[in-house]
Design a protein around this ligand. Sequence first.
Ligand code: SF4
Ligand code: SF4
Length: 135
Amino acid sequence: MTIEISDKTYDEEFVKKVEDISGENFHKCMQCGTCSGGCPMIEHMDIPPRRIMILTHFGLKDEVICSKTAWICATCNACSVRCPRGIELTKVMEAIRQLTLRKNINYVEPSAISEETIADLPQIALVSCFRKHTS
Ligand code: SF4
Ligand code: SF4
């Protein structure tokens, strides 16, 4: 897929916010693909982690925010420990989630979860889900 870049597509504010929230210098990503290659959730993502890094670098906010990748990410850290550039991708993914949630978009509606499901799920899974998917 071609990435179109211009002064019109570069969202400087978005890039700055991801930098500030994550504390990571994702600009040093060299697109080696090690993160994507070892990601256990890759099959469920619409955009691989490697590509999320370059899209964020280029300030392509809509592509990043509209992707479900940051929500599928299990925060397992497999990518972060293997990245040859020492980028903690989990922090970048969290920053992307935070920026999305600040738009008051919820990805899980607690009241829509059935009592049977709540009874079956481990409590820690529910807490994690609400923390990650609701504003
Ligand atoms: S492993 Fe690190 S350097 Fe390689 S593509 Fe992923 S983020 Fe970039
Ligand atoms: S932290 Fe997220 S992106 Fe990184 S390997 Fe785990 S699931 Fe994949």
